[in-house]
Design a protein around this ligand. Structure first.
Ligand SMILES: Cc1cc2nc3c(=O)[nH]c(=O)nc-3n(C[C@H](O)[C@H](O)[C@H](O)COP(=O)(O)OP(=O)(O)OC[C@H]3O[C@@H](n4cnc5c(N)ncnc54)[C@H](O)[C@@H]3O)c2cc1C
Length: 485
């Protein structure tokens, strides 16, 4: 039985490892943290769960290709799937705009708030309906697929192509209705993304393909870990791999905690920047990423500051609220929104009467650079101030009490996941983004495959899980073996 070492036990690493086990390989995962999952994780403060990831999971609808992958690695079809009536509720100058999960209700809601926006609404709804449950390519890795097989259906393309050329910001600005404009700008998808991505997200939400598995991020992670272990896989925690052993242009193994471990293949399932720069000691050019990182217009980094609280305030199942507030400042920038996510739609994420509530703020390069320069004391102080500011805003908004649990920043993601500049989902996919798919192989280095969200922009759980499967397929291809699953 051939042996594979997987570096990193995030979604991509776990997926690759499970598929390899199903195809009879001997597999070991080395994970730097004391837990698996990477970004797919939750943690506890004062007895309350802080869900660190899933805002929605693409692939919850049975029959889609990505659902089959999630079912193979995370038993998603044996899990209760939660869909709320509305996904985002925007509170703006005394009015509420609901982003319903039902397309007919959503259409009616748009017309209700329309201010001569009827033509835009008609085109938008037609495009969402044409998309159905859009999928990302998941049959064969980029290296093994005929590009013609990836061509989009012409009818769908006709109705949606215009949205590929504009950003979410541009789309929002096309609406005269202030509440629709404000909602599109600040709610579902980062405003720098192309509007097509916004539409595909809406389409997946509205066809039940982007819902929430009960139990949240850690429960899905635990199912994946158990699956791997039950198949006979081994996972080593607190194992921060420092180097990939290379002999005669072949990956031979890894060095971790000063010990050498050998295998027939090595899979790099952590951030590609860390793979090239640290694990491969800058010996291989990472041209596409260097070019992309130098062009922040086409490939902007973004991340979050998230402040988490516990409260007994009843959000009555309203999962995400976007509230227009008086302008306030964080890290020198002005904001006029409060983006609140309440975790009381799933009782397993509650702590008695307490539900966890998160306030999310989008950050870009400027904020990362600012935070990066702070001393430890300044950083802690900054987090304290953000936590206090949002606590006061929440208490004023809901006239109830909120207790601070935790504040995380892009530096948190960098520290825990070795993630590039604290990003959690690669770059924003702008209308100008060109290179979406990257090779999983490195020229001049045999027996090494990369598997990570960074190989399919803009990343996210779909890219991570699909690339995990692809990495296994590439190894089978190299071994001239048929793919079993
Ligand atoms: C707040 C938040 C909300 C999100 N919401 C969504 C959402 O709603 N939908 C969605 O699709 N996506 C969402 N995402 C993004 C999603 O979580 C990620 O895209 C996905 O989990 C990435 O998986 P990955 O396996 O590619 O990478 P990672 O999760 O980064 O996994 C890499 C693993 O490698 C480990 N590692 C790194 N270096 C080493 C080393 N040297 N040695 C050993 N191990 C190492 C890390 O610890 C980690 O476990 C969200 C992320 C966050 C933070």
């Amino acid at each position: 039985m051939k042996k594979v070492i997987v570096i990193g036990g995030g979604i991509s690493g776990l997926t690759c490892a499970i598929y390899l086990k199903l195809n009879d390989y001997d597999v070991e995962i080395y994970e730097k943290n004391h837990y698996a999952g990477g970004f797919l994780t939750s943690w506890s403060r004062k007895g309350s769960i802080i869900d660190g990831c899933l805002h929605w999971l693409l692939g919850t609808k049975k029959g889609t290709k990505i659902n089959k992958i999630w079912d193979t690695v995370g038993d998603i079809n044996s899990t209760e799937i939660i869909t709320t009536e509305s996904f985002y509720d925007t509170y703006y100058d005394g009015e509420v705009f609901h982003l319903y999960n039902d397309i007919d209700k959503f259409e009616k809601e748009l017309y209700k708030f329309s201010k001569n926006d009827d033509d835009e609404i008609k085109a938008l709804i037609e495009a969402i309906k044409a998309l159905g449950s859009p999928e990302i390519p998941s049959d064969l890795p980029y290296e093994l697929v005929n590009p013609r097989d990836l061509a989009m259906d012409k009818q769908i393309l006709r109705k949606t192509i215009a949205y590929m050329k504009i950003s979410v910001h541009d789309l929002a600005m096309r609406f005269n209705s202030p509440i629709i404009r404000y909602s599109f700008l600040n709610s579902l998808v980062n405003e720098k993304f192309n509007a097509f991505y916004f539409l595909t997200t809406l389409a997946n939400l509205m066809t039940g393909n982007a819902s929430l598995p009960k139990g949240g991020s850690h429960t899905l992670r635990d199912r994946m870990v158990n699956k791997f272990i039950n198949l006979g896989g081994k996972i080593f925690y607190n194992s921060d791999v420092s180097e990939i052993i290379i002999e005669e242009n072949k990956a031979k193994g890894i060095i971790v905690n000063n010990e050498k471990h050998y295998a027939d293949y090595v899979v790099g399932a952590c951030d590609v920047h860390y793979t090239y720069n640290v694990l491969l000691k800058n010996q291989y050019p990472m041209d596409p990423y260097v070019e992309m990182n130098n062009d922040k217009v086409k490939y902007p980094d973004y991340s979050f500051i998230i402040a988490s609280y516990r409260t007994k305030h009843d959000f009555k199942g309203e999962i995400c609220q976007l509230i227009k507030v008086e302008p306030y400042h964080i890290l020198g920038k002005e904001y006029d929104y409060l983006s609140v996510r309440a975790y009381d739609y799933d009782e397993t994420l509650m702590n008695g009467d307490y539900r966890t509530v998160q306030v999310m703020l989008t950050t870009y390069d400027e904020e990362y650079d600012y935070i990066n320069k702070l001393s430890d004391a300044e950083y802690e102080n900054m987090k304290k101030e953000v936590g206090k500011l949002y606590q006061e805003m929440l208490e004023k908004q809901y006239n109830d009490s909120f207790e601070l649990l935790d504040v995380l920043t892009p530096k948190t993601y960098e520290r825990y996941n070795h993630s590039f500049r604290g990003t959690f989902m690669t770059y924003a996919l702008t209308p100008k983004t060109q290179q979406m798919v990257r090779s999983m192989l490195i020229d001049g280095l045999d027996n090494f495959v990369m598997s990570n969200q960074w190989l399919y922009l803009p990343g996210g759980t779909p890219a991570a899980v699909v690339n995990g499967k692809f990495a296994c397929q590439i190894i089978l291809y190299k071994d001239e073996r048929d793919y079993k699953i």
